[in-house]
Design a protein around this ligand. Structure first.
Ligand code: NAI
Ligand code: 3PY
Length: 436
């Protein structure tokens, strides 16, 4: 008997026949090689295994018919069970490095792969989609709602369905944007640092004076799922008035504000109001707190630039929990330097994981590492939706007709519908749509 470390799995995959004949057995941390001497070229195989720079993986249901790769370990186990129950062999990359390169992912795809669950940090373009197609794959899903890291044209060219994970992260992300709004408006992080530094020596009238939100105007740019949920939180929670800018009218949001305003008035309070702005500049000029929630594409790249920062109120709060490049971050750093009362709350950065020079030193910036969707329920749900997107395509299921109504897929107590929850290029690929 001999042993090969589990990290050597990538090359082991080349010797699947040995594994299938039980010469090599999966154990939690190692591969146990039985009857080593009877395996032809065992020493050669072993030295190749030792020389290679392997991609370490963990395997579930090794005998599964369909090979599904996840480029990262994801929260929860339901997503794994849903795949293994449907005859999938699941390989999860356990490599220590945070961001996998295209070469790393090519190695994971290998010669035969039915589908991949990937992450927003990865560059999914021509190279990876052509490799996936060559390996027999037809399905990819981002574990994210945003898919600006994916070249949809390349996916279409190679007939690969691209999934994303809408809805399950709407409230969680909006709550983080609301947290950043409050933290910036009330200078929470600055005050925390002051306290921990032992500088507090008694209450003072001027100590960490910030902005009151009640009765002020909240501006939302991109009033889709998350932008609308954020708007409701700020309106309902802090009785702010709304001004929003989106390419489309958000009728549901407008109706909500109207009804809530009527409720407040009926209770003898000042009603809240809403306005759909004709231009983004109107939002920037009028709002006291502005939160960015559009998709990242050509139309929203550097949406907030030097000129647009200049028209915002000097004491405004700007929040970004969408994508970093929506703001010209270098221009923002300069703006923060000369406008100490202007504050920002940032979850995302232009050159993630880096910040532009100077940003970390600005006290009027609250910065967190892209955690807006980071609640347990949401992250487990994202993993489930991503897995079901890939599974559904592999099994030939239709695409769910309304990606905004994904609750049936998230119920732990029942089996999910036989459908792909959200495939963004379903139309281009001519995929069938499920009846709800
Ligand atoms: N920081 C984080 O962890 C997270 C970030 N996100 C980001 O938030 C984005 C939005 O997510 P959802 O609300 O679910 O998407 P959504 O599709 O419901 O909303 C996006 C909205 O942006 C609008 N829009 C597009 N182009 C625009 C433009 N040029 N000007 C103004 N509005 C424009 C769309 O009309 C749509 O209403 C995602 O694409 C993703 O990049 C999402 C979840 C978590
Ligand atoms: O879903 C997304 O788009 C994220 O940024 C992470 O939740």
């Amino acid at each position: 008997m001999d042993f090969v470390k589990k990290e050597d799995k990538r090359l082991i995959a080349k010797y699947e026949d040995l594994i299938s004949r039980s010469y090599i057995v999966h154990k939690p941390n190692i591969y146990e090689c039985h009857s080593a001497t009877s395996i032809p070229n065992f020493q050669l195989i072993k030295s190749q295994l030792e020389m290679a720079k392997p991609i370490s993986i963990e395997v579930w249901n090794p005998s599964g018919k369909y090979r599904v790769v996840s480029t990262k370990s994801m929260p929860g186990t339901r997503w794994i069970r849903l795949l293994t129950d449907q005859d999938c062999r699941v390989e999860i990359c356990t490599e220590k490095k945070t961001i996998l390169s295209v070469d790393d992912i090519l190695a994971l795809i290998g010669d035969r792969c039915d589908g991949v669950i990937g992450q927003l940090t990865e560059d999914w373009g021509e190279v990876l989609f052509s490799a996936l197609k060559r390996a027999g794959g037809t399905a990819f899903s981002n574990m994210a709602v945003g898919y600006n890291n994916v070249d949809i044209n390349a996916a279409n060219k190679h007939g690969v369905a691209v999934g994303n994970t809408p809805g399950v992260l709407t409230e969680t992300t909006a709550e983080l944007a609301a947290s950043l709004s409050l933290a910036a408006a009330r200078r929470i992080v600055e005050a925390d640092q002051f306290m921990r530094a032992g500088l507090y020596d008694g209450w003072l009238p001027h100590l960490f004076v910030g902005n009151l939100l009640k009765g002020q105007t909240v501006g939302v740019i991109g009033a889709g799922r998350i932008g609308s949920a954020y708007a409701r939180m700020m309106i309902e929670g802090f009785k702010m008035n709304l001004i929003y800018y989106d390419l489309y009218q958000s009728t549901r949001l407008e109706k909500f504000v109207t009804a809530y305003g009527q409720f407040l008035q009926a209770n003898g309070e000042q009603p809240v109001t809403w306005k759909r702005a004709a231009t983004m500049e109107d939002v920037l000029r009028e709002a006291d707190v502005i939160s960015l929630h559009p998709v990242l594409d050509k139309t929203t790249y550097h949406l907030i630039n030097k000129d647009r920062l200049a028209i915002m109120k000097k004491e405004a709060v700007l929040v970004n929990a969408s994508r970093g490049p929506v703001i010209d971050e270098a221009a923002l750093v300069e703006h923060l330097k000369v406008n100490p009362m202007f504050r920002v709350g940032l979850d995302v950065f232009e050159d993630e994981p880096f910040m532009k020079p100077g940003l970390a030193e600005q006290k009027n910036a609250v910065v967190v590492p892209h955690i807006a969707s980071a609640s347990k329920w949401t992250r487990e749900g994202m993993a489930t939706l991503a897995a079901l997107n890939v599974l559904g395509k592999i099994k030939g299921y239709p695409v769910w007709a309304d990606a905004n109504r994904i609750e049936p897929f998230l119920n732990d107590n029942s089996e999910p519908p036989a459908a792909c929850p959200s495939i963004v290029n379903a139309k281009q690929l001519g995929l069938p749509i499920a009846k709800l």
